[in-house]
Design a protein around this ligand. Structure first.
Ligand SMILES: Cc1cc2nc3c(=O)[nH]c(=O)nc-3n(C[C@H](O)[C@H](O)[C@H](O)COP(=O)(O)OP(=O)(O)OC[C@H]3O[C@@H](n4cnc5c(N)ncnc54)[C@H](O)[C@@H]3O)c2cc1C
Length: 407
């Protein structure tokens, strides 16, 4: 089996990469271990980072048909309960529209349909990737269980292999750049509830005592349902000797939340999944390979947002690979183009948000800042601005902001 590119994993990052490569005229094999429509443990929020790429892919009409919930801002609460509501700026909404919460079951299936329709993509579901095929230090293909051949192990060869197989990536692990990062890997539990009181058009994040830098969330989705969940660093879970599901049930039945869940009905099982958040620039490519999405740890610190950054990495990888084809050079040097382009995009957010990382690790400082900021219109406007312009976060760590907080 010979292709231009083998993409391993059909999540948003891998499918986006495959679609852009196909548009660029390349023959792509897309390998996926699951079968669509399939669920993915996620909080289902889609910001402009994701929606802009849906538009670029020409899928906006399909997206509009999906059942979804319009989102107009975030509510975040500090450990002692000081709440800040950060609405999307009207000027941003006028230009880009609102955000949406769309269940991954539906969103990923929309992308999968687009991949199936593409003449340049051979899409094999129920085919689990085992790892890369190496010739010396160069990746020349992927090994996978073939569902057609009753689980026989097969190899597919290509000039470039894209590791898009998520936060437990078999490709990344075998290449020594595994995505499970100490201190940055969080386990998450998620369930859908119907009839949660008070859920509006906001994504609600609660940084509760003892779970920071993780949080408990309530995100409204379609059909009167809410995506409800909790994420905590594995170290904190182990230290506290608790189960994630037990912690989540405890929060739902606590004094603070029991009223909102009094009439709510759980309409799904609770499912768990882990993801690491991006620490800074990492190695994302090498001889004959590129890592995108969670396989490359592209989920953002603080928010945990990974769909938009993952799709962006898929698009940027596709363009870097198309340039590599134009040069007929698939070496680490040629593909490092991808690493540089991604870091240029992500750097303002990663570096600008370092102070938020500090904040969520120090509960008392977090409380103080949230208590002071809650009543300051200018600061709320600044945090709204940060939802579209990440470099604005630098303003938050300025002397000017400190003075605004104090007086
Ligand atoms: C609980 C939770 C809540 C989150 N909430 C949000 C949110 O609200 N908004 C947001 O933007 N981000 C959120 N994220 C992050 C987001 O889910 C991920 O960053 C995003 O899914 C990354 O996309 P991906 O394509 O890289 O990986 P995935 O979506 O994980 O897709 C990987 C694909 O590869 C397949 N695969 C895996 N292993 C193999 C294999 N060996 N062979 C073949 N196929 C394989 C999988 O079946 C899957 O289809 C959340 C994450 C978690 C865990």
């Amino acid at each position: 089996m010979r292709y231009d590119v083998v993409v391993c994993g059909a999540g948003p990052a891998g499918m986006c990469c495959a679609l852009f490569l196909a548009k660029g005229g390349r023959k792509v094999l897309l390998l996926e271990k699951g079968k669509f429509p399939r669920d993915k443990v996620c909080a289902d929020n889609k910001t402009w980072k994701c929606l802009d790429i849906v538009k670029e892919l020409g899928l906006w009409k399909e997206f509009e048909k999906l059942p979804k919930k319009e989102i107009r801002g975030m509510l975040s609460a500090s450990p002692s309960g000081h709440q800040i509501t950060t609405p999307l700026l009207p000027s941003d909404v006028a230009q880009k529209g609102t955000w949406y919460n769309v269940r991954r079951l539906l969103f990923d299936d929309m992308l999968a349909s687009a991949c199936r329709k593409s003449a340049n993509i051979e899409f094999l579901e129920n085919n689990e990737v085992l790892g890369p095929v190496l010739e010396g230090e160069t990746v020349v293909g992927a090994r996978f269980y073939s569902s057609k051949r009753k689980g026989e192990v097969r190899q597919a060869f290509a000039k470039v292999v894209v590791g898009a197989d998520g936060s437990q990536s078999a490709i990344a692990k075998e290449l020594g750049v595994g995505p499970v990062l100490k201190g940055r890997f969080a386990m998450n539990a998620r369930a859908y509830y119907k009839g949660v009181a008070g859920a509006k058009d906001l994504c609600e994040l609660y940084y509760l005592k003892g779970i920071c830098p993780g949080y408990f969330w309530i995100f409204p989705v379609d059909g009167g349902m809410c995506n409800v969940g909790i994420g905590m660093r594995v170290e904190d879970l182990e230290r506290q000797g608790i189960s994630l599901q037990g912690k989540m049930d405890g929060i739902i039945s606590s004094e603070k939340f029991s009223g909102r869940f009094a009439r709510a009905k759980k309409v799904s099982e609770t499912r768990e999944w882990g993801v690491s958040v991006l620490p800074g620039k990492r190695k994302w490519s090498g001889n004959g390979f590129v890592l995108v999405g969670d396989a490359g740890t592209f989920a953002m610190t603080f928010s945990g947002e990974g769909v938009g950054p993952g799709m962006r990495s898929g698009k940027v990888a596709a363009h870097a690979i198309l340039r590599a084809f134009a040069r007929n050079d698939f070496s680490a040097r040629s593909l490092s183009d991808f690493d540089d382009s991604m870091w240029e995009i992500l750097r303002p957010e990663v570096e600008g948000f370092k102070w938020l990382e500090f904040l969520i690790l120090h509960e008392r400082v977090f409380d103080w800042v949230w208590r002071r900021a809650a009543g300051k219109k200018e600061l709320i406007e600044l945090s709204s601005k940060m939802q579209n312009d990440y470099s604005a976060s630098r303003e938050f760590v300025s002397l000017r902001t400190l003075l605004r907080l104090l007086f």
